[in-house]
Design a protein around this ligand. Structure first.
Ligand code: GLU
Length: 294
């Protein structure tokens, strides 16, 4: 159904096929399904496979198998992000036309070295984003257009990053989102500056998570984003991109995370919280619901 024709709420489960699903994904999928059912809404499935190096068709098939085993039905067609790189490139082009992005040439290693040198020299801590990664240094942002063009003409690998100093003020002071999840709730202030110059496309992936998730939620008419609290702070970036690109604002619900026995967030490594392993060991969908506390 075209997004514009839908009147009722639209939810989506959006896993990345870069590893096997675990209990945390099951909680997300169940909550999306339950909330869609409770509101007479729609449930969509989106495969977030922009990372062409790590995502595989086998992991995607395993996701579909796990969902069918859990009894979670979703509407077709399934949106596969790798089939829509042109759409994300168009959005990037719009931001480029607004002079809000710049080519970024530093590798992860170079950023790390730059930050370490700064911290050693000044004794000060380089600012980190909410995930703990250092903010991208301002060196590339200050490069002249002709210097950028020369580097690109020479084939230097580069990403495209959002110029946060230019972009954030365009959204005004009141940028916020409505949150109904398991952490802080209500109308919450978005703080995109905490992320610095976020990456919007990479040399090895034509779009970034932030860009594609924002575009797709709008294109698919998603009205309710239900996902783990690990993505709570990322919402600030998504709200900024929505404001810059004139996209509608969904309601957000960030749910509790399922932690491993060590108290850490579950990883996609094959351990005893993997859904396929639990299934092989005889667990039922009802057992999984109980295991995730539903
Ligand atoms: N693809 C993301 C993940 O698997 C989820 C993205 C989202 O729900 O916004 O963690």
């Amino acid at each position: 159904m075209p997004a514009a024709a839908r009147q009722s709420p639209v939810f989506r489960f959006a896993p990345s096929p870069n590893g096997p699903l675990h209990l945390g994904h099951a909680l997300s999928a169940f909550l999306n399904r339950d909330m869609a059912a409770a509101t007479n809404g729609h449930l969509l499935l989106r495969i977030e496979d922009i990372d062409l190096m790590r995502c595989t068709p086998e992991f995607e098939r395993a996701i579909l198998d796990d969902l069918s085993w859990l009894g979670i039905a979703y509407e077709r067609p399934v949106r596969r992000q790798s089939e829509h790189f042109d759409t994300y490139a168009d959005a990037l082009e719009r931001l480029r036309a607004m002079d809000l992005v710049y080519p970024a040439f530093m590798t992860r290693g170079e950023v790390k070295a730059h930050v370490a040198a700064y911290e050693a020299k000044t004794g000060e801590t380089w600012p980190r984003d909410p995930d703990g990664s250092p903010l991208y240094p301002p060196l590339d942002r200050q490069r002249s257009a002709s210097a950028c063009a020369a580097l690109m003409a020479a084939g230097t690998r580069h990403a495209w990053r959002l110029d946060m100093d230019r972009a954030a003020p365009l959204a005004g002071n009141g940028l916020a989102w409505s949150e109904t999840g398991d952490g802080e709730t209500g109308r919450l202030a978005a703080e995109p500056r905490r992320w610095g110059d976020v990456v919007l496309s990479r040399s090895d992936a034509p779009s970034s998570y932030h860009l594609s998730v924002t575009i797709d939620d709008a294109l698919q008419g998603v009205t309710h984003v239900v996902r783990g609290l690990d993505l709570f702070h990322a919402t600030s970036v998504h709200r900024l991109l929505q404001a810059l690109l004139g996209l509608p604002e969904p309601v957000y619900h960030h749910h509790r995370l399922i932690l491993g026995p060590d108290g850490r967030k579950l990883s996609k490594s094959l351990d005893d919280t993997g859904l396929a392993i639990l299934r092989e060991n005889g667990a039922s969908a009802a057992d999984i619901r109980r295991l995730v506390g539903l």
